[in-house]
Design a protein around this ligand. Structure first.
Ligand SMILES: [Zn+2]
Ligand SMILES: [Zn+2]
Length: 303
């Protein structure tokens, strides 16, 4: 599992930072969270083939978070994408997309869209993972997303051998959840599987003030990607605009017991964002300022 930050600025792009977009790679598939203007070019620069994206999750309908969709969809169609592109966004998303698709001579000759309005709960339930969304406190219809791998039980080879199970067909039958018989004894999958190991979990807040919705959703996450628009010196403004300071994001990370915190959606005033990292680390040492094109791996959990 890998995360690629494609846009880490807020509202206005800078020379070094694009508008919000985070790409998650899992089992060779791409999932995009927010799609600020210019995201498709950021992907080209990062060497990411955007034709491979099948699911895009939008946190809210402020322009900096979704204006990249029109260009991206147009490019995908020019390149003769013939699969459905699944889009997810909060209340009002369908209408916004209808407007967007009716601009100028916008047309789609090859691809089609599946546009889904989400409310807190499961958004996408796949074989190995699920995506859910939760309410954030920014606008009346803003959400954040959780990407969570299913928990897994590993096959304990040593234990199986000790029970006299020979390697080969019987191993794979047990791994598939079937009972087997060895010298007249029943061996059940339960006897040779580990306790469930929780899957990896990545949480992306979009824009939000520090809130319980995030604290709960981020509980125990491997990676929390959190709004961190301002530093301590702008606390009043932060509250007014329903964003977070780096320190507030760090407090949420600490309270939720996450493993790592990435600060994003930085105001353009921070040409040197080390102040944000510093303030966050005073509260939660594993805080990092996200940079455009930064890639982070999320390692598998040990059984
Ligand atoms: Zn924003
Ligand atoms: Zn916003």
């Amino acid at each position: 599992m890998e995360i690629v930050f494609l846009g880490t600025s807020c509202a206005v792009p800078t020379e070094k930072r694009g508008l919000p977009a985070v790409l998650l790679e899992y089992l060779n598939e791409y999932y995009l969270f927010d799609c600020g203007e210019g995201s498709q070019r950021q992907m080209r620069i990062a060497g990411i083939n955007f034709m491979r994206i099948d699911h895009i999750f939008i946190t809210h309908l402020h322009a900096d978070h979704f204006m990249g969709l029109a260009g991206l969809i147009q490019s995908m169609d020019f390149l003769e994408r013939n699969r459905v592109l699944n889009l997810y966004g909060p209340a009002g998303f369908k209408k916004t997309m209808e407007h967007m698709m009716s601009l100028g001579s916008f047309s789609m000759d090859y691809m089609s869209l599946s546009i889904n309005e989400v409310s807190p709960g499961w958004v996408l339930d796949c074989d190995r993972f699920r995506v859910s969304c939760f309410r954030t406190e920014h606008t009346s219809n803003s959400v954040g997303y959780v990407f969570e791998e299913d928990s897994k039980r590993t096959f304990l080879k040593k234990k199986a051998l000790k029970l006299g199970v020979p390697e080969g067909v019987l191993f794979s039958r047990l791994q598939k959840g079937h009972e087997v018989e060895v010298d007249g004894r029943k061996i059940t999958p339960e006897m040779v599987l580990s306790d469930p190991v929780p899957g990896r979990k990545v949480v992306y807040t979009g824009d939000t003030r520090a809130c319980d919705g995030v604290r709960e959703a981020a509980r125990g996450a491997d990676v929390l990607i959190h709004d961190s628009t301002f530093s301590d010196s702008e606390e009043e403004k932060t509250t007014l605009m329903a964003h977070c300071t780096a320190r507030q994001a760090a407090e949420v990370a600490r309270e939720a017991g996450v493993k790592r915190l990435y600060l994003t959606h930085l105001s353009q005033r921070y040409t040197n964002p080390s102040i944000l990292e510093q303030e966050a680390r005073e509260v939660f040492p594993k805080s990092y300022v996200a940079e455009d094109f930064m890639r982070i791996k999320v390692a598998k959990h040990d059984p």
